[in-house]
Design a protein around this ligand. Structure first.
Ligand code: GLN
Length: 480
């Protein structure tokens, strides 16, 4: 096995046994990135100096016979909307072209403490708005399985980098599917944790009631390791909580004592098998569900009746929050500024007009409209009521079952350029992932098959803060 093919668990063992040094491990990734990323375009910034000095530090730890944590010396890539102190952070937007992060995001701080090696920052759709990584102001990332296809988005750079063996794991963010959908399209494991399970401090905000930092790995075992390292309460994010708290309204948790995965009940919602879905994807998903059944897990059809309103509610709530969050980019406080503008108002207008891309401007306008006097009740308020109904659907379902299985996306990856001129078509590719964000639940994308050479992911959804159940059933599948 090549060094760049290792999982976290295997790399850790190798480092401890001195089969290779951290410097060798890190260089194997840096070399691969410099040789091959010109075909994939997954990185926006590469940080070899930081990586090599972190690697040297870990080699010193090992030399001094210090007990090294599991993540010590493990090279990772970070989506370019998560701040790393002293490193450029663009959110793939021209408006942040020269923005240097003044502090570390809490997740980065926690990981640095454990001794990770930061290789660089990955491409995304501008401000994480998109499903294909084509909305970046800098480059289009390609799917490593077929370079004519998109890797998914918005964490497409993180998913493509991992799939190309440019890192051992990567960080992303998920507001409506941005970790799970690219993980599905690239054939890797992607986790969106429960809302609040991982601190959002230092994540560039898109839609704050939906945003969640998560991760992409090669195996569920690795997901468990990284999630364990980044989760937990952070005083800098008041929505973060300690993961052990279980939410009673979601039904009595069977996981408090010893959770017996074989005794767990799994629901498959009928609303997630819709017309227009690729029949080959449907077949792979149904086959994978059958495999769980063969292992003795009880599968039950369930109903989440408000699913059909999720996309519409999301595309009111998300742009409303976007319009408020992105008001801070005024050409004065951060990055790009149209200095030659005639007046202060023109500095604002021209900096925003030129600094933001088309999709970002579209969403700011939609959100401003939905929140404006006279329309607020008809759009925003109504969408929030629908959001509550969607949450209630899940609560009711989780009183009888422990986990939910669905497809991640109705199709495999699509071609570069195929949907970019038709925003509605693009939005529809999120139809199976956004209800999870609206309800704040944890969900994982697990690779379960391929349509020709394009991967397909199964979505595993759990009650809030029950990521452990997702990991157990996911690992069970990996062992088949
Ligand atoms: N694709 C969705 C959107 O465009 C989700 C984005 C995300 O999760 N950041 O909004």
């Amino acid at each position: 096995m090549k060094l760049y093919e290792l999982t976290i668990a295997k790399a850790h063992r190798g480092l401890k046994k001195k089969e290779f040094s951290c410097l060798e491990l890190t260089k194997s990734f840096l070399d691969r990135i410099s040789n091959l990323d010109k075909k994939i375009f997954s990185f926006l910034t590469i940080t070899p100096d930081i990586a090599l000095s972190q690697a040297k530090k870990i080699d010193d730890w090992i030399l001094q016979k210090r007990e090294i944590p599991l993540l010590a010396g493990i090279p990772l890539a970070i989506k370019d909307n998560i701040l790393v102190e002293g490193v450029r952070c663009t959110a793939a937007s021209k408006i942040l072209e020269n923005y240097i992060a003044p502090y570390d995001a809490t997740v980065v701080k926690r990981l640095k403490k454990l001794g990770v090696v930061i290789l660089g920052k990955t491409n995304l759709d501008e401000f994480a708005m998109g499903s294909s990584t084509e909305n970046s102001a800098y480059k289009v990332t390609h799917n490593p399985h077929d370079l004519n296809y998109i890797p998914g988005g918005s964490s497409g750079g993180s998913a493509a980098a991992l799939t190309s063996n440019f890192c051992i794991f990567s960080l992303g963010s998920d507001t409506g599917g941005s970790i799970r959908q690219p993980a599905s399209f690239c054939g890797v494991v992607g986790l969106k944790p429960t809302y609040g399970a991982v601190s959002r401090y230092g994540l560039i905000s898109m839609a704050s009631s939906l945003d969640q930092i998560g991760l992409i790995t090669k195996t569920v075992e690795d997901t468990k390791i990284v999630f364990g390292a980044i989760k937990g309460k952070d005083s800098l994010d008041s929505t973060s909580v300690e993961s052990k708290i279980r939410n009673q309204p979601y039904g009595e948790s069977r996981a408090t004592a010893k959770f017996e995965i074989r005794n767990c009940k799994v629901g498959v919602p009928k609303e997630y098998f819709i017309e227009g879905m690729d029949p080959a994807v449907e077949k792979i998903i149904k086959n994978s569900i059958k495999k769980f059944e063969d292992l003795g897990i009880k599968i039950k059809e369930i109903s989440l009746p408000h699913t059909k309103y999720a996309l519409a509610a999301y595309y009111i709530i998300m742009p409303s929050e976007v319009s408020a969050n992105l008001a801070r980019y005024d050409g004065i406080k951060y990055g790009f500024s149209k200095k030659k503008a005639q007046s202060l108002l023109n500095v604002y207008l021209e900096s925003r007009g030129e600094g933001f891309g088309e999709e970002v401007r579209r969403r700011i306008m939609l959100g401003t409209y939905a929140l404006s006097a006279g329309y607020y009740e008809a759009y925003y308020l109504r969408a929030q009521k629908v959001r509550t109904l969607i949450q209630e659907d899940f609560k009711k379902a989780f009183q009888k079952i422990d986990l939910i299985l669905t497809p991640v996306s109705p199709t495999p990856a699509f071609k570069i350029g195929e949907k970019i001129t038709d925003p509605l078509k693009m939005y529809l590719s999120d139809v199976f992932t956004i209800a999870v964000n609206l309800a704040g639940l944890p969900a994982l994308s697990l690779p379960v098959g391929k349509v020709s050479n394009l991967p397909v992911g199964l979505q595993i959804i759990a009650r809030p803060f029950e990521e452990d159940k997702i990991f157990e059933i996911g690992q069970m599948f990996e062992q088949i």
